[in-house]
Design a binder for this molecule. Structure first.
Ligand code: MG
Length: 248
């Protein structure tokens, strides 16, 4: 227990808590050792409490969405879509999280609009944050890089050039259900290359192409990456489960 001298016990109680303002008995935040940021040339390192989903070595933590082994290739510390092998998912399932991943669109520019460097990050296998080469490549706004596909365009377009590594940092609050009833929708905060694209945006439901959807009840889910036929690469994928401060 922290010595009382570091805080106060003659201050108001903070509503909803048992603690005084500046309470010296309130638990210390859990210690996490920060990682290292990536550069274009070198992959970074995750924080000490991260769960690694892909460290560049193999796809042992992944499987095809339709079952069986993940068909994408791994080389030089990244994975790359093998067109026609389908979407891949983590074997791990999880809920609220901070997700980090890095991706690169093909350096050989081919196609346009939705046909250029298309992939996707599907939270819980159902909610797509778009991956697309939108460097000098217009497409419908709710399908641009970082869009919550079919629902919300990103606030801005901070895309790097094709072939360069780009960084997603995503804070995900999973939807909550009571039986068939939605009791709390999903919320997502997305940053691309350190720039905010969505600030705790409330999702309307799962994402899809050309239609509106609603929520279907589900529990924890996998991270899914999309095979849209383009040679998109991914590296350095990890998440941290989001826990309450007092549970830390
Ligand atoms: Mg996509």
């Amino acid at each position: 227990m922290a010595p009382a001298s570091i805080g106060y016990d003659d201050t108001p109680i903070i509503p909803g808590t048992d603690y005084h303002v500046h309470d010296g008995d309130r638990a210390q935040p859990r210690i996490v050792t920060p990682g290292e940021f990536s550069t274009q040339a070198q992959v970074g390192a995750p924080p000490s409490d991260a769960v690694m989903l892909f460290d560049g070595s193999d796809l042992s933590g992944w499987q095809a969405k339709t079952g069986g082994d993940a068909g994408w290739k791994v080389e030089s510390g990244y994975m790359e879509v093998v067109p026609g092998t389908g979407n891949i998912q983590t074997k791990a399932k999880f809920g609220d999280c901070q997700l980090h991943l890095e991706w690169a669109a093909p350096s050989v520019v081919k196609g346009d609009s939705q046909g250029r460097g298309n992939s996707g990050v599907f939270m819980m296998g159902s909610y797509e944050i778009q991956v697309l080469d939108c460097y000098d490549n217009p497409t419908y706004a709710d399908g641009t890089t970082g869009a919550i596909y079919g629902q919300y365009p990103p606030l801005v377009n901070p895309c790097r050039k094709p072939g360069e590594w780009q960084v997603y940092d995503i804070v995900w609050e999973a939807p909550q259900f009571d039986g068939d009833q939605l009791v709390k929708p999903a919320f997502v905060t997305v940053m691309l290359n350190g720039i905010v694209l969505h600030n705790r945006k409330e999702l309307m439901g799962s994402t899809s192409h050309r239609v509106l959807t609603t929520y279907e009840p589900h529990g924890d889910g996998p991270l899914e990456l999309q095979d849209h036929g383009d040679l998109v690469r991914f590296r350095n994928i990890w998440y941290r489960p989001l826990t309450d401060y007092d549970a830390g």
